[in-house]
Design a protein. Structure first.
Length: 590
C-alpha cells in the first residue's frame, strides 16, 4: 500500500502527493480520521481524491493511504431489508454503535460478519463450474432465495462443498481452478461499483414490466429491462410515483436509491415499506427491497457513488435470474454532485456548468439495464429495469440533465405541474409523454390480455389528442360552437381523464389495477363513445347523452373489487345499452 500526504483540501476534493503507486478509482483512506475517498484524477505523483465524508478539520501534511483496490460493494446474504448509505455502509448498524449522527471514518463491514446463514449446496464434488454458476442457496428472507454464485473470473471443479450454517466470510467449499490452485469459496464476494457485471447475451425488450398504474401500463408501458425517466417540477409527484412503482411493479427485487433528495422522503419509504404487505407473497415489502440512502444533508460526493452502488447490487440479483426494478431519486442531484466535483477540479465547464462528460456518464449508468441471459450454465433469464427521476429547476426539461437523459431512455413520463395543481394524479401528461416500447409490447398485450388492446389504446389516445385540439376552439368561441360529435369527443375524453387516468395511490382498490381490469375500463369508455355516436346519428340529444346516469357507473368501475369485475362489467354494459336506446326513443317521441 502506498502512502502520500495531503497538499490541498477543497470541500470534498483532496489533492495528495507521493501517490505514484495509486491507480485511477482506487479506494483511499484520507487523514488521521481515515475518511473514505476515491482517486478520480492522476497527474504525475499527485492524485485528486473525491472524499465521501465531511472533510472539515483536516489539513495539509496529513497522511493518505491507498488500498490498491477500487471502490467495491460486498455481495451476499444480508442485502435484502437493509438500508445503506452511498458507499454501502449499513446505517442501522452505525446508529446502533454511534447514535443518530454519522461518525467520520467509521469502519463497519457492509454485511453482518456474525449472522449465520443456512447454506444448501446445489452441486456436488467434481462438478465443473465457471463464473456466474449457482453453487447453492440461502433462504435470505421468507420470499427470496439467495443464490450463491461462483465469483467472476473463476473456473474449475468443485473439490468440496458442505451444507451448514455459515457467516458470509466462512469457507463453504473449495474450488480447484484450471491451474490446480485451491480457492476457498464463501457466501460473499466483492465487485467494483463502476464496472458492469457480465452476462451471456442481452435480449430484446418485448415483455412489459406490469406496474398496476393505468397511465403507465396502458399508454406508456415500460419493458422488463427497459429504462424510463420521470422528469417534473417540485410537487408534481415524482417521489410518490416512484414509490408506487416500487410497491406494485411485478419485480422480484426492488432497489431504491434516495440520491440527494430530502430526508423526509426517505423517512416515508422507511416507515411505509415495512408496513406494506406485498400482495404476491403476503409478506412485508422490505423482504425484497434494498434501500440506498444518501439524502441532501449527507456528503455530496457520496451521491455520485450511490448510483453505482445501487445498480451493482441490482445487477447481482439480476445475475441470479431475478427481475429487478431500480428506482433512482433523483439523477439531477447526482449530476449536481458531478458538477461540483468538476468545478473543484477546474475542468472546462459545459452547458450550465455541468461537465462535458455528463451525457456519457448518464449513458454508462442507464446502459447497465437490460433483460439478459445470465452466465449461469442453464442460461437463466434475469432483468434489470431502471427508472430515474429527474428534478429540473423550475420544471424546465430543456436543461442539460433532462435533455441528456431523454437522449438515452426509451420511456418519458412527463409530470405536469398544472395537472398536479388540479389534483390529478399521477400527473403524467398524456400529450407530452411517450414510450418507444409501445409497439414492440403491443403484440404481448394483444396475445396475453385481449386481441383488441392496442386498438383500444390507440383510440383513447386519439380522443385525448382530439380533445386538446378542440379545447383551443372552446377557449376562443365557447363550447356551444362545437358540433354534437365534437361535444361527444370532449365528454368521452373527460371520462378517459377522470375515470381512467386519474388513480388514487392511497385507495385500497384503486392503488393497483390488473391488466384485465384496465382492458375492461377502456372497453366501457369506448362502448359509451360508439353507442352515443350511433345514437347521435339517429337524432339523440348530446345534452341527454352527456348526462346519462350510466356515466357514474363507468366512473365507479375502478373501485370494483377484482373478484367482481366480470359481473359488474356485464351489468354496466347492459345499463349503457339500455340508457342510450332510451335517449334515442325520447328524441323520436319528441
Amino acid at each position: 500500500m502506498s502512502k502520500g500526504k495531503i497538499l490541498k483540501v477543497s470541500g470534498p476534493l483532496v489533492v495528495a502527493e507521493n501517490m505514484r503507486d495509486a491507480n485511477m478509482f482506487d479506494l483511499v483512506r484520507v487523514s488521521e480520521h481515515r475518511l473514505i475517498g476515491e482517486v478520480i484524477e492522476m497527474r504525475g505523483d499527485k492524485a485528486s481524491i473525491q472524499v465521501y465524508e465531511e472533510t472539515s478539520g483536516i489539513g495539509t501534511g496529513e497522511p493518505v493511504e491507498t488500498t490498491g483496490a477500487p471502490l467495491s460493494v460486498e455481495l451476499g446474504p444480508g442485502l435484502l431489508g437493509s438500508i445503506f448509505d452511498g458507499i454501502q455502509r449499513p446505517l442501522e448498524e452505525i446508529r446502533n454503535r454511534t447514535g443518530n449522527n454519522l461518525k467520520r471514518g467509521i469502519e463497519i463491514p457492509s454485511l453482518d460478519r456474525n449472522k449465520k446463514w443456512h447454506f444448501v449446496p446445489t452441486l456436488t464434488a467434481g462438478s465443473k463450474v465457471s463464473a456466474g454458476d449457482i453453487i447453492g442457496t440461502v433462504q435470505e428472507t421468507d420470499v427470496i432465495l439467495h443464490k450463491i454464485l461462483v465469483p467472476s473470473e473463476l473456473k474449475g471443479a468443485i473439490k468440496e462443498l458442505s451444507e451448514g450454517d455459515y457467516t458470509v466470510t466462512d469457507t463453504i467449499g473449495i474450488l480447484t481452478d484450471e491451474k490446480g490452485n485451491e480457492i476457498p469459496l464463501t457466501l460473499m464476494h466483492k465487485w467494483p461499483v463502476r464496472k458492469g457485471r457480465p452476462y451471456k447475451k442481452k435480449l430484446s425488450p418485448d415483455i412489459p414490466l406490469i406496474t398496476g398504474q393505468r397511465v403507465v401500463d396502458t399508454f406508456f408501458p415500460l419493458a422488463k429491462g427497459g429504462v424510463a425517466a420521470i422528469p417534473g417540477p417540485f410537487g408534481s409527484g415524482k417521489t410518490v410515483t416512484q414509490h408506487q412503482l416500487a410497491k406494485w411493479a411485478k419485480a422480484d427485487i426492488v432497489v431504491y436509491i434516495g440520491c440527494g433528495e430530502r430526508g423526509n422522503e426517505m423517512t416515508d419509504v422507511l416507515n411505509e415499506f415495512p408496513r406494506l404487505i406485498d400482495e404476491n407473497t403476503g409478506k412485508s415489502l422490505m423482504e425484497r427491497t434494498v434501500l440506498i440512502a444518501n439524502t441532501s444533508d449527507m456528503p455530496v460526493a457520496a451521491r455520485e457513488a450511490s448510483i453505482y452502488t445501487g445498480i451493482t447490487i441490482a445487477e447481482y440479483f439480476r445475475d441470479m435470474g431475478y427481475s429487478v426494478a431500480l428506482m433512482a431519486d433523483s439523477t439531477s442531484r447526482w449530476a449536481e454532485a458531478l458538477r461540483e466535483m468538476s468545478g473543484r477540479l477546474e475542468e472546462m465547464p459545459g452547458e450550465e456548468g455541468y461537465p462535458a462528460y455528463l451525457g456519457s456518464r448518464l449513458a454508462q449508468f442507464y446502459e447497465r439495464a437490460g433483460r439478459v441471459i445470465t452466465l449461469e450454465s442453464s442460461g437463466a433469464e434475469g432483468s434489470l429495469s431502471v427508472i430515474g427521476a429527474v428534478s429540473p429547476p423550475g420544471g424546465d426539461i430543456s436543461e442539460p440533465v433532462a435533455q441528456a437523459t431523454l437522449r438515452i431512455v426509451k420511456v418519458f413520463w412527463g409530470l405536469d405541474s398544472a395537472l398536479a395543481y388540479k389534483r390529478h394524479f399521477p400527473a403524467i401528461n398524456w400529450l407530452t409523454s411517450y414510450s418507444l416500447y409501445a409497439d414492440s409490447l403491443g403484440e404481448w398485450f394483444n396475445e396475453n390480455v385481449s386481441e383488441d388492446w392496442t386498438e383500444q389504446r390507440s383510440r383513447l389516445l386519439a380522443l385525448l389528442s382530439d380533445e386538446a385540439a378542440l379545447e383551443e376552439i372552446v377557449k376562443l368561441v365557447g363550447m356551444d360552437a362545437l358540433s354534437a360529435n365534437d361535444r361527444l369527443i370532449m365528454e368521452t375524453a373527460r371520462s378517459i381523464r377522470e375515470d381512467f387516468l386519474h388513480q388514487l395511490a392511497f385507495h385500497e382498490i384503486d392503488t393497483y389495477t390488473t391488466l384485465k381490469k384496465q382492458h375492461l375500463m377502456m372497453k366501457l369508455i369506448i362502448e359509451y363513445y360508439d353507442n352515443a355516436l350511433e345514437a347521435l346519428q339517429k337524432g339523440a340529444d348530446i345534452e341527454v347523452l352527456a348526462a346519462l346516469p350510466v356515466r357514474e357507473n363507468i366512473g365507479r368501475f375502478k373501485y370494483v373489487k377484482e373478484t367482481d369485475i366480470d359481473k359488474e362489467f356485464q351489468k354496466v354494459h347492459q345499463i349503457l345499452v339500455r340508457e342510450v336506446a332510451q335517449s334515442v326513443r325520447k328524441r323520436e317521441e319528441l
